[in-house]
Design a protein around this ligand. Sequence first.
Ligand SMILES: [Fe+2]
Length: 261
Amino acid sequence: MVLIMAYIKSAALEETGYVVLDRYNQELDPKEWLDIEFVDWKSSGETQFAPLASAFGEVECNGFWNHKPPRTDKDGVWVDSQVAKAPNLTRRAQEPGANVGRCRVIELQPNNYADALYNLHQDDNNRLNPDGTGWVVRGFFNLTDDKDSYFVLRDNRTDPSVEYRIALPAGAQLIVDTQRLWHAAAHNGTEPRYCLITSWESGPELDAYIEKYNGVARVPNFEVAQEILDAGQAEQTRRLAARAAALAARGVAETSVMSEA
Ligand SMILES: [Fe+2]
């Protein structure tokens, strides 16, 4: 007898690696993200993060596997001081009833499409995650009304043939398998973008949540002029080559500097 173990994954994410849920009425909620405490945490682009749940309930953002004892991105501990200031964000992260790992608000400074392509990365969501348990994916709830901004998702980092561009108005709600899809945000604007990012364990609770809010595996791509797409692709190629050359000169492997967030 051969016993084949596998992670529990959401069927809803199988086709594309993401789902877009019904839009949340963000305008009715207070701007809690302006009240919580942010800490420096380098991700893709110029960023800060405000943890709502962390490895031990401290105001820090490190991967749970970097703590002692190391563990996977599950069973996050809510940060009392942050939860007190952001009850609505906390409620929304807890609503699915799925296990929550890290839960954080990201602050992203303005950038452009070429920056997003350069920033494309995959998350290290399932390190130390035991086979046979739920695959960790991430929820993204856009908080600011970023009408000219969009999430960029690709199957392959440097191949534009499969690229999903998801609009990021206030209340946009996505769930993404960010270990499968390369991703980054193109944030055209003058003010920082804020987004609640929650690590959830896949399973029946998350499936029910996706169904409740009518998750769809495809939405129309955010429209971007072909010349911007072409210029962005060329710029990504140029920057990645320049970085590879710089790293090679220092004898550093590309994989050792992949951004994680
Ligand atoms: Fe990420």
